[in-house]
Design a protein around this ligand. Sequence first.
Ligand code: FES
Length: 244
Amino acid sequence: MTEFERVATVSELTQAGRKSVIVDDVPVLLVRVGEEFFAVEDVCSHDGQPLTDGLVVDGMITCPRHGARFDLKTGHHLCMPATRPIASYPVQVRDDAIYVGPPGAVPPPVADKAPGAVPAIPTDLPVVSAASATSGDAVPTPEPGADDELRLIDALKQVVDPELMINIIDLGLVYSINRDAKKIYVEMTLTSPACPAGPQIVQQSKMALERLRDVDEAEIKLVMSPPWTPDRMTDEAKDMLGIF
Ligand code: FES
């Protein structure tokens, strides 16, 4: 790849959506976090697992196979078992089109205020706003990072699918968790669109997060794409269900 290639449109990705694309014969995962877009190699550097279904939290993606975590902006590996980074690609948004360039490349300049002018290119991870200045609000908003991610994941692990008796994280039902100050956005799915436990799982997920002192509100969005498959479960969950 020598120049920026058009790979998708903004409207193809939901606020926390993702899309696998092939760029220069390399699988690349495009991830949207709010109004920002990231592109990383869609191959875990540990053992080759596609990251497509990995959980996205606070600008990091977790490999669904053994749990290695990578920074979506830089591709850096953040925990074992990964010992090497994955490639990250610069992303440029022009109107409704998303372009991906070679690693390290600088997006081409765009005409200012010309017809069809390109919007500013987001370059930083989401900024968490300062804690509320409301009088009496003594709970600070935590910095996004691995610790906050683990706390949010632990909270959601309290929610158990009543039919399978396995928590929703180990079942692989949660696709993304994002924080904007004290509001948490979760995209999750169900084991089937007709799952009768859906409303209960959604409600319990919301309550589990809103019980945290630094969370004012949790917005849980059910998505059916990509559909859930047993491959999304952790090895431990598969063991519990006798799936090998
Ligand atoms: S293949 Fe990704 S952590 Fe092992």
